[in-house]
Each structure stands twice: as C-alpha cells, then as structure tokens.
Design a protein around this ligand. Structure first.
Ligand code: KG4
Ligand code: ZN
Length: 358
C-alpha cells in the first residue's frame, strides 16, 4: 500500500492550524509540519470563544499559516496528494473559512478534497502517533464532546456512552469562570488543583455506578457554583475547589470508562490486545492521564494517549484523517457543505480496508 502526503486545515474553534502529514494506515505517520496559531488573546476578555471574532481571525491568519506549513514541510502544493479540512462539527463561520480555503486550494492544484469530521480526526490521532489497530475503545473528552465509543474502522463507530448535558471540558471551563480563572479553564483548574486539598469539598459524582456508560456534569457544575457563592468560600479556597472538582471528574471518567470496557470486551471478544485511546483537549490533563492509565492496567487494557499538543485542536490530526481516507479512496466533491453538527454515529459506514485488524 502506498504512502499519502496530505495538507490538513483546522478552523472549527479558536485555533487556526495547518499541517502536512505523510504515512499509511494503520500508522504511525510522519508529521512534516504542524502549525497552530491560538486565538486565546482575542477571546480572553470575553471568557470564552466568540464565534464572529473566531471566523474573522481565521480569515486573516489562514493563508499565511498554510504557507508556513508547506514551507516547514519543504513541500509544494503540487507535491501533496490531497487537501483535507475540518467540515464539522464546530462553529460554522470558522468551519466555512477552512473548508472554503481547502476547496480553493484543491481546485487550483487539481488535487482531491477530503471533508474531515473533527471528532473522527481526534479519534484517529492515536493511529498517527502509535499505529493503534482497529478496533479500540475511545474516550473522547473535549470542550464540546464527552463520549465513549468503540472505533471499529474508518467511519465505523459504536456509541457506548455520551454526556446527557455538559461536556467535560465545558465543566472545566465553567468551573474556572466561576472562580474568575483565566480562559481556557482546563489548564487553569489543573494548575490550581496541584496545591489543593481534594477532600475539602464533597462534590457529587452524577451517574457514577449507574447502568450504561453515559456521563452527566451539570450537577457537578451547580455544586461548584453553590460552594463559590457560599459563606465558607474565600480566595484561599480556590485550590481546594479546583482539586475537589478535578477529583470528582476523575471518579466520573474512570467509573464510566470501566463500564464501557466491559461492553467493549463483550462486543469484541476476539481482540487480544485491548487498547483504550484517550483523545480531545481534556486528555492533556496529567491527573486524568494517570488515572486512566491506572484503570487500564487494572482492566487489562493498554492506554494510548497522544502527546498534549496532539490532544488539543491541531491540523496534524486532520491531515492524518485525510491520509486514512485517501487510502480507501474516500474523497469529497467541491460541493460538500460545512456542518455545525455532525455526530460520529451519523458518519457513513465505509472501511472495506479496515474490517478487523488493519
Ligand atoms: O479538543 P479541544 O482543543 O477543542 C474542542 O474540540 O473542544 O478541547 C478544548 C477543551 C477546553 O474545554 C479546555 O478547557 C480543555 O479542553 N482542556 C483541559 C486541559 N487542557 C485543555 N481540560 C483539563 N485539563 C487540561 N490540562
Ligand atoms: Zn477538538
């Protein structure tokens, strides 16, 4: 099977990113360049991402970012095999900017276009970094998503659990905002939690221990709000709130993942080397990384977690999804539409290449 070299663009939230990746399934692949421009400073005054500001910033930055990605990869547009861009889910203005730019580049260079599902790209990153074989269990934890899925092939997912309210990254961001910490909340809460007492505040673990593998975080957020507005709270309590919150998140994530591991064992009894992949921005959290590694060890799974820079939004994962889709000839027409919503379980099932063990 030949190698593919793909230029990927990512603009679905507040990172403007372009990357060139080369490889073949099941990986690992080679990241030839990986440029990420964060818009953090533009959104920080608002305590969250402002869609209109994000779309404008993508327009201003993207051309130069693409040029840099090609230049660092020491490759011309003519030498890449395909152009991939996030086509959803995400903030629609940003997705339109990236996808339209990719269409223009594809048209001008006469290369195929690949409209990538951002969540599938997070899911496949562990193949780019570690060459993980299908099927594997995926815990996808980001600002917009919190799901447990069996990944059986390209575009083939089995949903084990999903959040019934907030995503876990959102819970981090809201907790941070309640305490007046810097945006984005995840890294701020993690930093503060290191010096806090996790036992000081008793917080709920919604749905933990219940049947199934669904998540819920809104009760946790409400409990944090009550503490922060309560009489006992002062500036000095912040590390203890952060630590107590993070410890509740750890318990919820490990409890739900353990339940999904049992489902994965039931559905894929033939798999000898079971792997848990953790992906999405929240997987950059080192306490979460070590709790999930310990859980995997107990349950007979290996853990594969991409390095933090490939867990948060980036274009290398988009380019890699493009490599995998190039390999099965899954290209898109220039008429493909951007999507604000695009759940993984709605992906068309493809993947003749990937039945079982590739
Ligand atoms: O995957 P991502 O970059 O964007 C989405 O697709 O949502 O994830 C961003 C989310 C944010 O909610 C951010 O607070 C969270 O990931 N995050 C973290 C950490 N780093 C980023 N959450 C907890 N601990 C971290 N170290
Ligand atoms: Zn993401």
């Amino acid at each position: 099977m030949r190698q593919f070299t793909v230029l990927g663009l990512e603009t679905s939230c507040d990172e403007t990113a372009a990357s060139v990746v080369r490889g073949r399934a099941p990986g690992p692949g080679e990241v030839l360049s990986n440029i990420v421009l964060s818009q953090l400073e533009e959104h920080a005054p608002y305590g969250g991402v402002v869609p209109e500001i994000a779309a404008r910033a993508h327009i201003e930055a993207l051309d130069a970012i693409v040029e840099r990605a090609l230049c660092e990869a020491k490759i011309s547009l003519q030498e890449v095999d395909a152009i991939a861009a996030t086509a959803g889910p995400g903030l629609i203005g940003g997705v339109m900017v990236g996808l339209t730019t990719a269409k223009a580049l594809a048209l001008a260079s006469n290369k195929p276009l690949i409209a990538v599902n951002h969540l599938e790209a997070h899911a496949l990153t562990a193949r780019l970094t570690d060459g993980v074989a299908f099927p594997f269990l995926l815990l996808l934890i980001s600002g917009g998503h919190c799901q447990l899925l069996g990944v059986e092939g390209i575009g083939r997912f089995r949903l084990y659990g999903t959040t019934i309210d907030d995503a876990v990254g959102e819970a981090f961001d809201k907790t941070a905002k309640l305490m007046g910490l810097a945006y984005p909340g995840g890294p701020s809460v993690e930093r503060l939690a290191k010096s806090g007492n996790a036992k000081r505040f008793a917080l709920p673990r919604p749905l933990a221990g219940r049947a199934g593998a669904d998540f819920s975080f809104s009760g946790l957020k409400t409990a944090v709000r009550q503490i922060v507005r309560g009489a006992e709270f002062s500036q000095d309590s912040k590390p203890d709130v952060a630590a107590s919150f993070q410890s509740a998140v750890l318990d919820i994530l490990t409890n739900r993942t353990r339940a999904a591991m049992a489902m994965f064992r039931r559905d894929c009894p033939q798999v000898q080397e079971r792997v848990l992949v953790v992906a999405g921005g929240v997987a950059a959290n080192s306490a979460i990384r070590s709790a999930l590694s310990a859980l995997s060890e107990e349950e007979g799974f290996q853990t594969k977690i991409p390095p933090p820079g490939l867990c948060t939004d980036n274009a290398a994962m988009i380019a890699w999804a493009g490599v995998e889709r190039s390999q099965i000839g899954s290209f898109d027409s220039l008429g493909v539409a951007p999507k604000a919503r695009w759940p993984l379980q709605d992906m068309p099932a493809r993947g003749s290449l990937v039945s079982g063990t590739s």
